[in-house]
Design a protein around this ligand. Structure first.
Ligand SMILES: NC(=O)c1ccc[n+]([C@@H]2O[C@H](COP(=O)([O-])OP(=O)(O)OC[C@H]3O[C@@H](n4cnc5c(N)ncnc54)[C@H](OP(=O)(O)O)[C@@H]3O)[C@@H](O)[C@H]2O)c1
Length: 284
């Protein structure tokens, strides 16, 4: 049954897409990114999906630059919202399952118990708004969908040369290697998640035929960005010049949630974030 499925992975060159390609490798997925298919091209989405006839579409393509979205709202909404509508309509017509990813940024981070799957979205910035809009459009246009939210992703795909640059772990290691003083905020909290674990959980959700709907797939445990950085150096046995600061000492152009905790009430929990990080650092 699983072997008969025709799987299309979109955004296959991205951080998550890279690990999805590996996790589904034995099922010979079709891997598309730009320029194979620009998901904002409605006609191309319709045409190419109708030609390919996939039974499962996993969409890891997105506009993920949080500060960039603040300056380019039209593009962010095109990729993260309008394009999801094109994919959802195409999948609905083909009878295909659509897996789509979203983020903790659809929430403001003002709820101190964290956010469950059915909580109302209340994003703080354009990136979060565009992703929340994409969620709505997905639900309205497609019946067979898995909407998987995750947070603070890091993975093995090389990001060097990409506009959005290195992931957080790679950035910390680079700064420490350069002997720089590193200031990291200790008043923003989240659940760092390894893209390999998210890709594995995605496959499990599909293969165990979970009911369609919203899922929170995150490595377990909460930390601040400072604690995250500290753990990276501890695992790598690096004595870095690391300082804990508050977000008002490191102003960013875009507001970010302070306590962006996704609570998973529907899935077998993923492993703890520090265990996953140890694994990632062993392999990278
Ligand atoms: N990164 C995080 O911390 C995080 C946290 C929570 C949730 N998520 C969600 O998880 C998913 C995967 O994130 P990621 O960090 O793996 O993303 P990523 O590394 O930025 O990869 C996204 C991929 O999509 C491609 N893409 C952009 N616009 C496209 C278009 N119009 N048509 C086709 N492909 C396009 C990108 O190509 P280019 O590189 O050429 O632009 C890139 O290869 C996204 O839905 C994201 O919102 C991410």
């Amino acid at each position: 049954m699983a072997n008969q499925r025709k799987i299309l992975i979109l955004g296959a060159n991205g951080m998550l897409g890279h690990d999805l390609a590996e996790i589904f490798f034995d099922q010979k997925p079709i891997l598309w990114d730009m320029p194979n298919l620009d998901i904002t091209d409605e006609f191309a989405v319709k045409q190419k999906l109708a030609d390919l006839m996939p039974s499962l579409v996993i969409n890891a393509a997105a506009y993920t630059d949080v500060d960039g979205a603040q300056n380019q709202p039209d593009l962010a909404f095109k990729v993260n919202a309008d394009a999801i509508g094109y994919l959802a309509v195409a999948c609905q017509q083909l009878g295909a399952i659509l897996v789509h990813y979203s983020t903790e940024y659809v929430f403001s981070g003002n709820k101190d118990t964290g956010y469950q799957e059915d909580d109302k979205t209340d994003p703080l910035n354009i990136y979060g708004q565009s992703k929340a809009k994409g969620e709505e459009i997905l639900k309205q246009n497609c019946e067979m969908f898995y909407l998987i939210r995750s947070s603070w992703l890091y993975g093995r795909s090389p990001q060097v040369g990409k506009p959005r640059g290195l992931n957080f772990v790679q950035t910390m290691l680079k700064l420490a290697g350069e002997g720089k003083e590193i200031n990291v905020v200790s008043d923003q909290f989240g659940k760092p998640t390894y893209t390999l674990d998210l890709a594995k959980k995605t496959r499990e959700i599909i293969e165990t035929q979970k009911p369609c709907g919203i899922y929170h797939a995150v490595n377990e445990g909460v930390c601040s960005w400072y604690e995250f950085a500290k753990k990276i150096f501890e695992i790598k046995n690096i004595s870095a010049n690391l300082n804990s600061i508050n977000s008002d000492q490191y102003p960013l152009p875009t507001p970010r949630p302070k306590y962006s905790i996704l609570v998973n009430t529907k899935l077998e929990p993923l492993r703890k974030w520090d265990e996953a990080l140890r694994d990632y650092l062993r392999q990278s």
